[in-house]
Design a protein around this ligand. Structure first.
Ligand code: NAD
Ligand code: ISE
Length: 337
């Protein structure tokens, strides 16, 4: 049976998800889209064969929508996800689940009241071949006991609406999630260290920054974020274990060697770097729903990443280490599903 999907928000990633669902994913079709910028929704609808819904509420309620993708701005995600749960429709919600823990907890409460999982978070790195290899190297013992990690998260530039703390709440949520997943543990404390600000940083933005994560198991992760590094999109990490290390590099496409120099292409942006991961994420979501299951990153994962982001913002403002406080983990979200 073909899954009929409605997509809320047809901006950068929403439009990409529509294209992927329409052209690359097996077992799904996009039947409805909505965006407050009506013309944007109309264009995406026209190119995909979907209908343009009059509102996101109408899209969620539509009889020909079995499941929903939320790709609107972060603050809207909780209400839209809760509406999907209330309508009994599974939802792939782009990160972040919410921009405050209070809002994220509302989603947890709604899902628990429904008694089963409806929400999968858009933490697509968990579907990236490189990160999957890193996870295998950490769990099969090849690097011994994982002790610490170093990561970098650089964007060439970010959109104009990206301000102040969004490198923590919008970009680094991926790092918060991936290191929870890689180490199989929650993040216990976070410290954000200011660095000399780039002369090219947007007004009022502290960029770059270094964030130190202390995992509940005692491991430490240092993460550099630099969201206006100019030269390209660069996401890498190295895990240091008691017997060796495993590193995630940019995927190699071509290497040019000439005139005494060796050079390779750096991905332009997240669309380029993580394209295969987004497709695998959507395919896995569609396949899971066909089998009656929601299996990917959960609302709990979204909540935990938001809680770390909230603590990181406090650390940024107060200039000190902040412990991450989580509510008790409900049985709906087992520790290692
Ligand atoms: P964007 O600004 O390009 O798109 C957001 C769209 O939502 C816009 O077209 C906007 O008009 C629309 N919108 C605004 N209010 C709306 C409403 N009430 N209902 C429906 N649509 C509404 O931003 P984007 O980069 O596409 O980001 C969208 C979301 O996806 C964000 O939460 C972002 O963090 C996330 N994202 C995730 C990844 C990833 O790697 N997983 C990458 C990019 C963006
Ligand atoms: C963007 O919204 C994403 O989610 C990308 O994956 C991330 O790397 C980027 O920093 C964000 O702006």
């Amino acid at each position: 049976m073909t899954l009929r999907v409605g997509v809320i928000g047809t901006g950068m990633i929403g439009a990409d998800h529509v294209t992927r669902l329409t052209t690359a994913v097996v077992g799904a079709t996009v039947t409805a889209v909505f965006d407050v910028v009506t013309e944007r929704a109309r264009q995406v609808a026209a190119s995909s064969g979907a209908a343009s819904s009059p509102s996101w509420e109408a899209l969620v309620a539509a009889d020909d929508v079995d499941a929903v993708v939320i790709a609107s701005p972060g603050p809207l995600h909780p209400d839209q996800a809760i509406a999907c749960i209330a309508a009994g429709k599974p939802v792939l919600c782009e990160k972040p689940l919410a921009t405050t823990t209070t809002d994220a907890e509302r989603v947890l409460v709604a899902e628990q009241a429904a008694g089963r999982r409806f929400v999968q978070l858009g933490f697509m790195r968990r579907y990236d071949a490189g990160y999957l290899d890193v996870k295998t190297a950490m769990t099969d013992g090849v690097i011994g006991v994982p002790l610490l990690a170093h990561a970098i998260h650089r964007n060439a530039t970010v959109p104009d609406f990206f301000r102040g703390e969004m490198s923590l709440t919008d970009s680094l949520v991926h790092e918060f999630d991936i290191f929870r997943w890689l180490f199989g543990a929650e993040i216990a404390a976070v410290t954000v260290l200011p660095v000399t600000t780039s002369p090219l940083a947007a007004d009022g933005m502290r960029d770059p920054q270094v964030t130190v994560l202390q995992m509940a198991g005692g491991e430490v992760v240092t993460v550099e974020s630099f969201v206006n590094c100019q030269y390209g999109y660069d996401v890498r990490c190295e895990i240091v274990g008691s017997l060796g290390t495993v590193s995630l590099d940019n995927p190699r496409t071509t290497i040019v060697i000439t005139a005494g120099r060796r050079s390779e292409v750096v991905p332009a942006d997240w669309q380029d770097r993580f394209a295969p991961a987004y497709t695998r994420e959507l395919q896995s979501w569609v396949d899971g729903l066909a089998a009656g299951r929601v299996t990917g990153p959960s609302a709990w994962d979204g909540y935990a990443a938001t809680a770390v982001a909230e603590a990181a913002v406090r650390s940024y403002r107060e200039g000190r280490r902040i412990d991450v406080a989580l509510v008790d983990r409900p049985p709906l979200y087992p520790l290692r599903p």
